[in-house]
Design a binder for this molecule. Structure first.
Ligand SMILES: [Zn+2]
Length: 294
């Protein structure tokens, strides 16, 4: 009965494949716990936010990958905002928010956010900084982000570090402060990692609070409500998840198969599913072989 065997084997293979695909998907949902994020109480009075990026190509410490990291970090926010707005109809107003980058080769004015670099921040352990100027009660006039190419410890920022710092600082320019969870892009300490961090549903939910005035209008007016400086936790209807980063927004240098495989094997759920699948296969092979014998 070779056809039955073939069918059975195909079924098992599909099951194994299903198992390995299911586990990474379920890994995305992490325990919400008491993760919270602070909201600064500042917002923008419009939803298309212009970003000036001023690369320091003439400096010896400058790396061209810093520009890629910045554009990727920006795209990461735009993508996560769209995905969250599409998944939660009550926050569909967020889909109007867009960060629009322009690369400038000199100091210019007229932008909302200015991203620039220095070799090293002189004080403390700072590697990135965002400074807002306010034009009325809670509305930002502009926000200046200063990024360091080198930490006070001497660590030189890689493309991955830079993208993580950009995503973190952009969160501040959008009215978010720090998150209590170390796995979140807005955790107060930016550590040096092998991979880029993903934006979470908590970050986006906090953004929905910052831009709540957009439920009534596309322009902040005198009758719009200011966001409240507060500590935000996710409502029970929203799980803490991370938004997958589009392949084109990942640093080219880190996305090789070996690193991805190592990361997969570091996850216990995946290891268990592989062991279960291999055991199942072994048992079946033995069973088939025994039946073959006269
Ligand atoms: Zn910060």
């Amino acid at each position: 009965m070779p056809n039955v065997r073939k069918l059975a084997l195909t079924y098992i293979l599909l099951l194994v494949l299903g198992l390995t695909l299911l586990v990474p998907a379920s890994k995305q949902t992490e325990s919400q716990g008491e993760n919270s994020i602070e909201v600064t109480g500042y917002t923008w009075d419009h939803s298309t936010i212009s970003v000036s990026i001023f690369p320091r190509e003439n400096k010896s410490w400058w790396k061209p990958s810093y520009l890629n990291a910045t554009l990727h970090g920006l795209a990461q926010w735009n993508d996560a905002i769209q995905e969250f707005a599409a998944n939660h109809t009550e926050f569909s107003y967020l889909s109007g928010i867009r960060l629009v980058p322009t690369i400038n080769h000199e100091n210019v004015s007229g932008f909302d956010i200015y991203i620039g670099w220095i070799e090293e921040c002189g004080n403390e352990s700072t590697i990135g900084q965002s400074r807002a100027t306010i034009k009325s009660q809670c509305v930002m006039r502009n926000n200046t982000v200063c990024l360091a190419a080198k930490a006070p410890s001497g660590h030189v920022m890689t493309e991955v570090d830079m993208q993580n710092i950009v995503v973190h600082e952009l969160g501040h320019t959008l009215g978010l402060y720090h998150c209590s969870y170390s796995g979140d892009v807005l955790y107060s300490i930016v550590d040096y990692r092998a991979a880029v961090k993903q934006i979470s549903s908590l970050d986006l939910y906090a953004l929905s609070q910052t831009f709540e005035w957009m439920t009534n209008s596309t322009q902040f007016t005198s009758s719009s409500t200011c966001p409240q400086e507060s500590n935000v936790t996710l409502p029970s209807s929203i799980s803490y998840i991370h938004f997958t980063i589009a392949a084109e927004n990942l640093p080219a240098s880190t996305q090789n198969l070996i690193e991805y495989t190592i990361e997969l094997f570091q996850c216990p759920e995946i290891l268990v599913s592989i062991v279960v699948a291999v055991t199942l296969l072994a048992v079946l092979v033995i069973l088939f072989k025994r039946r073959k014998k006269p």
